[in-house]
Design a protein around this ligand. Structure first.
Ligand SMILES: Nc1ncnc2c1ncn2[C@@H]1O[C@H](COP(=O)(O)OP(=O)(O)OP(=O)(O)O)[C@@H](O)[C@H]1O
Ligand SMILES: [Mg+2]
Ligand SMILES: [Zn+2]
Length: 530
């Protein structure tokens, strides 16, 4: 009998769960010291281990010989729960049992002590699907849980849970799993399955899975259905990722400002039944890659693509000014959203293509025009291999600004006051997840960032400046405010936690130029690398 990989390789103990130490280590510690809560909430993105950890926790609280906080897997309780003979661990799929009656029935049951083990555990998966009435019924039980009952709630959609439920649970956030961790796990699975996988293939698979281990294993499963020698090429074919050539040609048309070519290419893809929203999304990723190539020191390390695709993308990035790339991302993302809301996909795609081919593409951004000018000044400085002398920048910024610049540096006094009252914002990862729903690109810009709450402000801190550049674009600042409101239910102003000191220009590129110059590297990176 064939069992799909992601079931077969579902971790059976916390030690086997990858990429979630903030969950597994904390739970193991609590279990070791016997501190057991009555309600747990597992939240975070899909396919990252929420259901898996619920099952492990249900065993751990009942295991008769806990091993370093992990269930032993061998005692009566562990085996009984695993093979389903012990009925005290109940898994409820809230997607199909979401009514008041379902939860009331459960509530009536909780008064009875468990039959075979210490705790009766209710795992309510996809808990956000419960009706309002059901939530209220659940709340009553959570308010006074019988001592022998434990609830484990799991959901991807935290914002759909009433605050009254949230406040009664111990909450654990599951993160997207890093491509390296996923790739390593894939190699391990392949080893056990006696299948060969190229290192590049595992990395590509991990990249496509976008943080979800289940997606990675499902795709691996499909690849294994085709061959037991898994190469990058096979992954690409299986994932239905036609090679990137259509993205490259499309972008070429945008670079050449050849609207006719772009529109006829769209027609061709359309007649091959290419989904226009998918195309739009792929173009967004392609543009994001170009943005990262232009702003990061070692883009090769984080972009999952073949060497050949990387070289082509790099060539195209060299031909487009950063302002045009950022504009492109905005336009494509706007189109994608409209397509999701029911706009005619083909027309939307064509309009966006024509827009990207128009002469003033790149000057459309509502963003701070002085920023764009500075980016361009820096870029041409990079190209000429000169240090972007500050006076050039001053001159550029000296022109009066038509639009108010937000995120402007407040006075030193204000900053100090804000910082003094700042407390870490624990919901920040959730805000980023919220942003990711509408834009992976923007979310990526915030990777590694943290935030603080101080009075009416959310103060963002980040090791890289891309996120601050993004926040200078008014539409993106707006989506950030919206996401914060979604998650916290409150309005906040946005600010930076710290500002680069005066001597430095507050711009990612100036840093880059400095580094390149001091390393004696010819500054026109794109053209010298090939
Ligand atoms: N952190 C992880 N470590 C190892 N394997 C994992 C991890 N997360 C997920 N998996 C694999 O993916 C499969 C699905 O994971 P699981 O059902 O726990 O995800 P989930 O977070 O509940 O997803 P969803 O939100 O879609 O319900 C598991 O059976 C396992 O094979
Ligand atoms: Mg699940
Ligand atoms: Zn056990």
């Amino acid at each position: 009998m064939y069992r799909v990989l992601y079931r077969k390789y579902r971790p059976r103990c916390f030690a086997d769960v990858i990429g979630q130490p903030q969950v597994t280590e904390t739970l193991k510690n609590e279990l070791r010291s016997g501190r057991i809560a009555h309600a747990y909430l597992f939240t975070g993105s899909r396919g990252t281990g929420k259901t898996t950890c619920s099952k492990i926790l249900a065993k751990a609280v009942n295991c008769l010989s806990l091993k370093d906080g992990d269930p032993c897997g061998e005692c009566e309780a562990c085996r009984g729960i695993d093979n389903g003979s012990i009925m005290d661990v109940v898994e409820i799929d809230a997607a199909s049992n979401n009514g008041v009656d379902d939860i009331r029935a459960l509530r009536d049951e909780t008064v009875f002590a468990p039959a075979d083990v210490k705790y009766r555990v209710y795992i309510i998966d996809e808990v956000h699907m419960l009706s309002i009435g059901a939530f209220n019924a659940l709340l009553k039980t959570l308010e006074e849980p019988p001592p022998h009952v434990i609830f484990i709630l799991a959901t991807t959609e935290l914002h759909k849970l009433p605050a009254t439920i949230l406040s009664r649970c111990q909450r654990f956030d599951f993160h997207r799993i890093s491509p390296d961790d996923i790739a390593e796990r894939l190699r391990l699975v392949c080893e056990k399955e006696n299948v060969h996988i190229d290192e590049n293939a595992s990395l590509l698979l991990a990249g496509i899975a976008d943080g979800a281990m289940r997606d990675a294993l499902s795709l691996l499963d499909q690849c294994m259905g085709r061959s037991d020698n898994i190469t990058e090429e096979l992954v690409r074919r299986t994932a239905g990722l036609a090679d990137k050539s259509h993205l490259i040609s499309m972008t070429d048309a945008f670079i050449e400002k050849d609207a006719a070519a772009a529109v006829s290419l769209i027609g061709e893809l359309y007649s091959q039944s290419k989904d226009m929203a998918r195309l739009c999304d792929e173009l967004v990723s392609h543009y994001r890659s170009m943005m990262l190539i232009k702003t990061m020191k070692k883009p090769r390390d984080i972009l999952v693509m073949s060497d050949d695709d990387f070289r082509k993308t790099e060539e195209q990035a060299a031909k487009l000014p950063l302002s045009e790339i950022i504009d492109g991302i905005e336009a494509l993302q706007g189109a994608y959203e409209k397509m999701q809301r029911g706009a005619n996909r083909r027309v939307e795609m064509e309009m966006t293509a024509v827009r990207l081919c128009s002469e003033n593409s790149g000057s459309r951004t509502e963003s701070d025009p002085s920023l764009i000018k500075r980016i361009e000044a820096l870029e041409s400085a990079i190209k000429q291999g000169t240090k972007p002398a500050s006076p050039v920048l001053r001159q550029q910024t000296a022109t009066p600004l038509p639009a108010p610049v937000q995120m402007k540096k407040p006075s030193a006094d204000t900053m100090e006051k804000l910082r003094k009252n700042a407390v870490p914002m624990t919901q920040w990862p959730e805000v980023i997840e919220e942003i990711r729903k509408s834009s992976k690109t923007i979310a990526a810009g915030f990777e590694g960032s943290t935030a603080y709450i101080s009075g009416k402000y959310v103060l963002v801190d980040s090791p890289n400046d891309i996120c601050f550049d993004l926040l200078k674009v008014s539409s993106q600042r707006e989506s950030m405010r919206l996401a914060i409101r979604q998650v916290t239910g409150q309005e906040y102003k946005l600010g930076r936690y710290s500002y680069p000191d005066e001597a430095k220009e507050d711009d990612a590129l100036s840093e880059l130029v400095k580094d390149l110059n001091s390393a004696g590297i010819p500054v026109d990176k794109q053209n010298n690398n090939n």
